[in-house]
Structure formats: structure tokens, C-alpha cells
Design a protein around this ligand. Structure first.
Ligand SMILES: [Zn+2]
Length: 369
């Protein structure tokens, strides 16, 4: 079996939509069992309906070197959670295919998804209602409504929900919160590496996130010669250091809402200061001549370009235009994007080159990962 010690984020190419496989470092306390979660299962048409399900199956086959075992005693992998960021078609069109397969009669209960995270927005859409009915019939998948502050730990990897805020959730029904602004936003931390996955969050969400997760100042103490923190060991002036922590700093940002002009503002990108930008979008909209409905929108591209320059300039090395482009990747151009996030935070990008309606093969994984 192939091992994995990094956090890997697979932004699956489903065209205009989101489907993100979050692969955690192997569960070392459990015979290095592969462990993963899924954020959305999108695509918006028949062609991409089964792509997410097939991608996960092929990925498991690649990891094990054979088809995953369904022996109830083997419990080969752990499917920790499914997160539906918000109930829009381009995020859930392939969800039933995933649920029906991974909760199917062939799959023993221990290998089924453990939890289903929902944003709590009541959306009157048939496919979403089908998902809810399915989950009622499958209580082994724990249905949870998560909000900012909820956190989960998978060994040394933390998943923190940073949106929707409780305040936003309380306004869903009365003050017309846009369904995109109900999106579950996740901050995933592995060692020094930080990833933020955004769903289709718009400006109302980002305002709340910046308010609820501000830059924090706290006292810290110098380290002893043995490298341990020692409150008695004051610095020269006898004063403890004052350090600042930006809770929203990240290395990899999945750009909100497929690069729409409503999902990205300069102010919040500056606060998150990502090094890498991933955009899940369709070739038809990325290269369309329709300026108004371009995904990613030219305004978003401008913001990303400028922030990349600011980030690099502050490290006194201004990259070439090509280097800037390398930090931003779209599924439309490169196919499925697989980001390796080791605990050092030094992100590496691989891509599989698949089209949205093409399946990925075990060979594609072996050749590119
Ligand atoms: Zn979307």
C-alpha cells in the first residue's frame, strides 16, 4: 500500500462546481489506514454526476494498489466526513452518487462516511431534499449542522469551521441571507501548513470571518537554552514578548465561488495572504467572451495578481510574471489539482490534466502524484 504523510487537497475537475477530496496523513495509530473527507460533490450536469464517486474509488485503488476491500474485518480506510458547503446544484449534483455508493450494501458500516456536515440553510431544491431523506434513512452517517468555532481533530490535523457565523445562521429565514453566504468555510491546519476552503462565500461572510477571527496579540516568553518556554526566564528588559498571530493567514486558498466577482475582495485576500490560489471553474466560462459572467472574473484575477506581487515583494524577491501565474491554477486549464501540504507548509502542486467529463485512471495518479 502507498503511504501518505502529508495533507493533500484534491480539487477535482467537475467543470463549474466544487468537489474537493481532503486526504489526511495516514492514521498511524491504525495500521496507517488512509483517512479522508469530502467537501462538496459538484458538477452541474449529467456528465459530471458520477465523477466525484469514481474519483474517490480510483484514488483508493491507487492507494491500495488493488480495489478497496469490502471485508468488514479489514476496515481499510476511514471516510471521516462529507461537508456540503451550501445546497446549490454545482456543489451537490454528484452527492447522491457518492452517498449511494459509500453507504451501499457492499460497504460495511465502519467504512461508511462518519458524518455529514450541513450549513442549515433550508433550500427548496429536489436534489437537496433527496439527500436529506437519504440521511434520515441512514442514521449511521451522523447529520451535523456546523457553524463557526466547531473544530475537529484528525491526529495532528485540525479542521476549524470559520463560517457561517451563528449570527448569520440566525438571519437565514428572516433577513434574506443569500444562499452563497450560508457556505461552510473551513480552515485546515497541518503543522505550519494552512488551507482555507471557501465554498461560494460572498462579502457578508468575509466581513463576519474577519470580525470573528481577528489578528490576536498575546504574551509569550523567551525560550530556555533547551528550547522550552520558560515564564521565569524574562528577556533583557524583564518583559515578556508580545507576539501577534494572524488566525486567517494561509498557504493555499480555494478561491470562493469559482472566481466570481462577488466572492473575492482585495481586503480579505490581503488578510488571508495566501501563497497559492486554486480556482474550480469550467473551460466554457473561463474562456467565454461574456465579460459579465466570466469565471474567474477579470476583477478576481486582478486582485490575485496584485496580492501575489505584494506577498512576494514583502519577501524582497519579486517574481517574474510566469512565477505569479504558477501560483494560481484553474481546473479548467490543468484538470484536477492536487496540492501536497506537508507540515512545513511548503505547498507543491501536481495536476492530472483530465477534462470534466473524463475519468481519472490509476495510471494518471501513479504518473502525476
Ligand atoms: Zn458554486
Amino acid at each position: 500500500m502507498r503511504k501518505n504523510d502529508s495533507l493533500r487537497i484534491h480539487v477535482i475537475n467537475v467543470g463549474h462546481g466544487d468537489a474537493i477530496l481532503v486526504e489526511f496523513p495516514d492514521d498511524v495509530s491504525n495500521e496507517r489506514r488512509p483517512r479522508f473527507g469530502l467537501v462538496d460533490a459538484g458538477g452541474e450536469d449529467k456528465k459530471t454526476e458520477s465523477k466525484t464517486r469514481d474519483y474517490i474509488n480510483t484514488f483508493l485503488e491507487y492507494r491500495f494498489g488493488k480495489k478497496p476491500s469490502t471485508d468488514p474485518k479489514a476496515h481499510d480506510y476511514t471516510f471521516e466526513f462529507i461537508c456540503l458547503t451550501h445546497p446549490h446544484g454545482d456543489h451537490l449534483y454528484g452527492m447522491m452518487a457518492v452517498l449511494e455508493h459509500f453507504c451501499g450494501p457492499d460497504i460495511p458500516p465502519a467504512m461508511r462516511p462518519k458524518q455529514f456536515w450541513d450549513c442549515g440553510f433550508r433550500h427548496n431544491q429536489q436534489r437537496y431534499r433527496d439527500i436529506l431523506s437519504f440521511l434520515v434513512d441512514h442514521p449511521e452517517v451522523r447529520f451535523m449542522r456546523v457553524a463557526s468555532g466547531t473544530e475537529f481533530h484528525y491526529d495532528d490535523t485540525e479542521v476549524l469551521v470559520i463560517a457561517p457565523s451563528i449570527d448569520m445562521r440566525n438571519r437565514y429565514d428572516t433577513f434574506g441571507v443569500d444562499v452563497n453566504d450560508a457556505s461552510i468555510v473551513l480552515r485546515i491546519t497541518h503543522g505550519d501548513g494552512v488551507v482555507i476552503l471557501t465554498g461560494d462565500a460572498h462579502f457578508d461572510t468575509w466581513g463576519k470571518v474577519c470580525e470573528e477571527f481577528p489578528r490576536k496579540s498575546h504574551l509569550t516568553y523567551p525560550k530556555t537554552s533547551k528550547g522550552k518556554l520558560d515564564p521565569r526566564d524574562r528577556n533583557r528588559d524583564g518583559i515578556a514578548f508580545l507576539s501577534q498571530e494572524n488566525q486567517l493567514d494561509c498557504h493555499l486558498l480555494k478561491i470562493s465561488h469559482h472566481g466570481s466577482k462577488r466572492g473575492t475582495s482585495y481586503e480579505y485576500i490581503e488578510k488571508l495572504s495566501p501563497t497559492w490560489f486554486a480556482i474550480s471553474c469550467d473551460q466554457a466560462t473561463e474562456y467565454s467572451g461574456n465579460w459579465k459572467h466570466k469565471f474567474p472574473h477579470p476583477i478576481t484575477r486582478l486582485i490575485i495578481g496584485e496580492e501575489s506581487k505584494v506577498y512576494k515583494a514583502s519577501n524582497s524577491r519579486i517574481p517574474s510574471v510566469w512565477a505569479l501565474r504558477d501560483r494560481t491554477a484553474t481546473t479548467a486549464k490543468l484538470g484536477t489539482l492536487v496540492y501536497k501540504v506537508p507540515s512545513s507548509g511548503r505547498v507543491k502542486l501536481k495536476h492530472l490534466g483530465d477534462k470534466k467529463d473524463e475519468d481519472v485512471s490509476v495510471r494518471d495518479f501513479a504518473r502525476n502524484l
